[in-house]
Each structure stands twice: as C-alpha cells, then as structure tokens.
Design a protein around this ligand. Sequence first.
Ligand code: NAD
Length: 438
Amino acid sequence: MRISIIGCGYLGAVYAASMASIGHDVLGLDVDQDKIDGLNQGRAPFHEPGFDKVLAQSLESGRLRFSTEYADAADYEAHVICVGTPQQVDAAGADLTYVHAAVDSLIPHLSDSDVVLGRSTVPVGTASSLVERLRAAGSQAVLAWNPEFLREGFAVKDTLHPDRLVYGLPEDPAEAARAREVLDAMYAPMLEAETPLVVGNYATAELVKGAANSFLATKISFINAVAEVCEATGADVSVIAEAIGLDDRIGPKFLRAGIGFGGGCLPKDIRAFMARAGELGVTEALGFLREVDHVNNRRRDHVVNMARKALDGSFTGKRIAVLGAAFKPDSDDTRQSPALYIASKLSGRGADVVVTDPAANQRVHAERPNLAIAEDAYAAATGADIVLLLTEWQQFKDLDPVKLREVVTTPHMIDGRNVLDPAQWREAGWTYQSMGRP
Ligand code: NAD
C-alpha cells in the first residue's frame, strides 16, 4: 500500500517507520520542518526504545520518506491522520484545530478512490463531521476511523504487534467495503498473525478509545484512592493490590499505587470524554471521571505535602533531588508528567530542586529552565536533604541505597512509585516513605 501519514509525533513517526518496515511505501508529513529534516536523516525526535532502529532500516529500504509538502501526498492512496488532539487551553474538551487543518490541507490532493483514516484520539462525532468537511469541499474520498492504542515505551512493539485492531467503517456498504479493503491490506501481517479485529461504525470506534483510556485511568485512580484509605489506617496498599489482583475478574495490571497517571493521553482523554458527554446531554454518565481526575491530582499534591513535613514544614534553602521527569519510564514525554508537576511545585515553594531523568533532561531544560538538571541520580542526590523517586526507570529501581546514602545530606527517600524495597532502604539507614504503605 502507498500510505501517507499526517503528523509525525510520538504516534505518527513510529507508525510511519513501522508500516514501512512491513513493506508499505510510506510518506510521513508534518508541519514541523526541523522534525522532518531530522527524521529524513534518521534522527528520532523523541526517546522511544527500538524506534531508531526501525527508522534507520525503513529509510534505508527506500520505502520511507518525510516531507512538509502536502502536495507529495497526491501519490498515495491511504492517508492516516495522526496529528495531536490536545486539551483546549481554556476548556476540558479536545482541541480539533490540528485535525481540521490536516484534513483541509489534504483535501486538494485527494482523489475520489483514496481512503482517509483517522488514528488520532477524537471526541465521538468527529469522523461524521470530517465526512461533511470532505463532501463540502467536493471530495468523495472514503473516511474510516482506526484508533491507536500504543503505549509509549512499547510503541514499536505495540504498532507491529497490536493486541487488537479496531475499524470504524462508514454506513454506506460500498464505502465500507473500500475502507475495509484498504485497512485489511495495510494490516495484512497483523491479520495473518490472528490479531483480534473489532469492527463497528464511526461512533463505536471513536468511543472504544475513549472507553479504554477511561477504564485504565479509573483503575489507577481506584488503587490510589485505596492508598489514601491505607494511609489513614496503616494498611498496605501493595498487599491489597496483590490480593485483589489475583481475582482474574480484576487482574493485577495498573494496580500499583503511586503519584498517578500523566502523559499526552489519559489526562486529556478523560477530560475530553467528559466534555463530550456534557455536549451530548449525558453529563452524569461520566461524572465519575471527574473524581478519577481529582484522585489523580491529589496524589501529586500529597507528595509535595509529604516532602514539606519531612523537611520540618519549610522548603526554603532545602535541596531536593527529584529522580525522574518523564511521565513514565522508557519515554522522554513530559506532557502532564506528575514528576515534573511535583518538581515545579517544590521549586515554586522555594526549594533548591535538582532533577535527573535518563531521557528527558534536555526536554526539562528547554521547558523548565528554572529547574537544575543533573546527569544521574548520584549527582542529583549529592547534598540533598531529601530524595524523591517519581518516575520508575530501571536505573532508579536498581539504585544502591548504601552508595546513595554516602552522597546525601539527609537519607530520606520518598518513593512515589512504590518500586523500592522498604526493608533494604531502611537497613541502609534511610527514612523510607512510599504511597499507601506503612
Ligand atoms: P504529538 O504532539 O507528539 O504529535 C503531533 C504531531 O502532529 C506533531 O509533530 C505536529 O507538528 C503535527 N502536526 C500538527 N498539525 C499538523 C498539520 N496540520 N499537518 C501535519 N502535521 C501536523 O502527539 P502524539 O502523542 O503523537 O499524539 C497524536 C494523536 O495520537 C493524539 O490524538 C493522541 O491522543 C493519539 N495517541 C497518542 C498516543 C501516544 O502514546 N502518544 C497513543 C495513542 C493515541
């Protein structure tokens, strides 16, 4: 298949390189000239394990190139929208400016046999409105929705070996058949590998994504809410999570209490889902997501309070080492990162904050120049009055408490991700605190 991929961020760039790697002829389009120049030279614009390799191989194969010229898309038959859908600046809903701009730029280069596929996460109703946009501009191209479920840190694997494919097809049988033909050809290796395929209409496909992310966010906030109760009672949330996770109706995943979720998806997706429900007159149906969001935000502030108490009520003149800035390990994505929120809050309250992250240091330096950056955990912790582990990178999980103790001023660790062994750290002389564990 000849596929143009519009928007080459975390989703689109990985998707472009991965689709080329399975034999398609791919054009990656973006409005960011620096990003496109870098990608054409094999430079990944972000940290994602395995991406550099698949990018290099796909460029070398001659099946992948990147451009800022929409006119180049005219040679391609499938066009996949992967642009961002961030939260609106002054409201909870999704900002569809980039989706509309991408479709408007694409329209003059579409032929009527082309298929446009939506892969960005959008509010329900977007696909139908995009069809109207296409038709109003005189295009008869077919539109289908095909939501993406990749996890940063596993993006290449999730793209090449997804746990399911979802097609949202048009009502018209001929259009649905054309969309299906293109989608099946694009995902032929995945379908041959018996990846489950779920087919519905536009609204169903759009809602699958909203429902999936809302469920994940709810599971995280659920265990974090239980952690709050544990903190009031002396119970241990990690033991509770283990016990309830053994029930296979519940399952053990996404039940690690901590400082909550962040990133470019879950926070904005649950807010957009709620906002859309409001527009549709079913506000109450998703009212619980407001609480999910509140629990999530409370855990960040809880860590700031824990640090303040540990430092005898004042941050002034105190040095705080923050281990982690990305919203999750194996990524440099700091969007809505709980770690970065906490670091900024502490700095704003007068602490001398030193952040270190194995992949996001450069991004932090660019986005938050007021935060000091250190090369590694030992450099960050040197002279620290308290150490906060806020992103569960393997490097931090493997820290040697005896060695780290030698460089700090006060051996006090707040483990915001419940990943360290309390006994080992206490034995090494640390005051160790974590989330919802005594
Ligand atoms: P991103 O911000 O990393 O990338 C968006 C890209 O779109 C940027 O490179 C930007 O320059 C480009 N862009 C903006 N306007 C454009 C235009 N008019 N034409 C061409 N390019 C344009 O965002 P992302 O994380 O890749 O997310 C993209 C979408 O995918 C969002 O809807 C997101 O919710 C969804 N999604 C993301 C993930 C993830 O893990 N990042 C997973 C599943 C779904």
